[in-house]
Design a protein around this ligand. Structure first.
Ligand SMILES: C[S@@+](CC[C@H](N)C(=O)[O-])C[C@H]1O[C@@H](n2cnc3c(N)ncnc32)[C@H](O)[C@@H]1O
Length: 365
């Protein structure tokens, strides 16, 4: 199918074009700019006069017929209304494939409002004085920006992380398995909001490490093997630069290899994210790396050694459609450490556990 995209340099237009190309369509792009860098993204490029110019309608319709266009995508709200009318009048068989951009923006925001409105109630855990819950707009902002980042944490888990963050002691936030940075963004944003500490992300971002997860189903292993980890790493860096510069850094190694680095260094310096200081005590540990039982077990055991009293351990995919490694590892740890924990629940498939703040008379038991 031949699809015409106009104005083809807008981010929404380019998003549409990459998806349409994946579906095998021929994409003709057009805009009124003399030089539009987006032209290289299209199979053919057509310059049209400005929308208000007397020649616009004629040249637009000429392009539709010459290029045998059967669908049009229009990402600019004013151009959308005008082109809809033009096509209805002259070529009713050619459809505009996207809804009105203004209506879509309103509908998406309405959806985000309704979705976040359904979140948040139900976790009744006392918070220290002064650590108020996120406002409705803060939660909406956190959830909508998180969901723009490629990743696996759902809205329920994000809301639970927000509840837990208001109750954290001061210390490091450590995440094992960050991928493109969705949960890292949430943790880092909350760490700033509640002044908890800095975020350390540990992930090898490598196919070799991903291929060591062998207990999950074949389809999961296939996906892990197909990923381009350098590209995912670049997405992660770009997301951290956009939102969290100065309060986040990473170790691009497996969690086993990162243990000795975290033990030895209070400061991590990288080319992309600069220098970030850590305390060596963990307020929140998010385990979401290799999901095989042995790896999850080691991650929980090795890293929870640094967990502060009042700190939270979060094991992602405790309920998981593709395996039970995280659950077996977490249950085993919980049964051994039951007396040191005072709160546990599962939300969004993740297990949340709080390490008890020891009372003075319990310390020497
Ligand atoms: C499920 S994804 C993480 C999703 C992420 N937390 C999010 O919110 O989107 C798992 C990540 O663990 C990483 N990983 C695999 N083996 C690892 C290991 N041994 N140590 C640390 N990370 C590992 C993978 O590279 C992958 O990025």
């Amino acid at each position: 199918m031949n699809i015409f995209v106009f104005p083809a340099g807008m981010p929404e237009a380019l998003d549409f074009a990459v998806a349409a190309r994946l579906e095998g369509h021929r994409i003709v792009g057009g805009s009124s700019l003399y030089h539009d860098p987006a032209s290289a993204e299209y199979d053919r490029w057509i310059r049209l006069p400005l929308l208000g110019h007397e020649d616009f309608d004629r040249k637009f319709m000429h392009c539709i017929r010459e290029e045998s266009i059967s669908r049009v995508c229009v990402s600019h709200h004013v151009a959308w209304t005008r082109i809809k009318e033009l096509l209805a009048r002259h070529e009713p068989g050619v459809a505009v494939v996207n809804p009105s951009p203004s209506a879509l923006m309103r509908a998406r925001h309405g959806l985000a409002r309704r979705q976040t409105g359904r979140l948040g109630a139900g976790l009744e855990i006392p918070a220290p004085d002064g650590n108020d819950a996120l406002s409705r707009l803060e939660l909406l902002s956190l959830v909508t920006h998180a969901q723009r980042i490629f990743g696996h944490s759902d809205d329920q888990k994000i809301a639970a992380l927000a509840t837990v963050a208001a109750r954290l002691p001061k210390g490091d936030i450590v995440e094992i398995g960050s991928k493109a940075g969705r949960s890292a963004f949430v943790l880092g944003w909350l760490a700033r909001r509640y002044d908890i500490g800095t975020l350390l992300c540990i992930d090898p971002w490598s196919r070799d490490a991903a291929s060591r997860q062998v207990e999950s189903s074949a389809i999961v292993r296939q996906h892990a093997g197909d990923n381009d980890y350098d590209l995912i790493f670049e997405c992660y860096i770009s997301n951290m630069l956009a939102y969290l510069y100065g309060t986040v850094n990473y170790i691009r190694k497996t969690s086993d290899e990162a243990v000795s680095i975290y033990r030895a260094d209070r400061c991590i310096e990288t080319v992309e994210l600069g220098r970030v200081e850590y305390t060596g005590r963990i307020a929140c540990l998010h385990v979401d790396g290799n999901h095989d039982y042995e790896y999850a077990r080691r991650d929980i055991r090795q890293w929870s050694e640094w967990l502060l009293p009042g700190g939270w351990l979060i094991v992602d995919d405790y309920h998981w459609a593709f395996g039970d490694g995280p659950q077996r590892a977490a249950d085993e740890w919980l049964s051994e450490h039951e007396r040191q924990c005072d709160c546990a629940f599962v939300v969004g498939g993740a297990l949340f556990v709080r390490k008890r703040v020891e009372q003075a008379h319990e310390v020497n038991r």
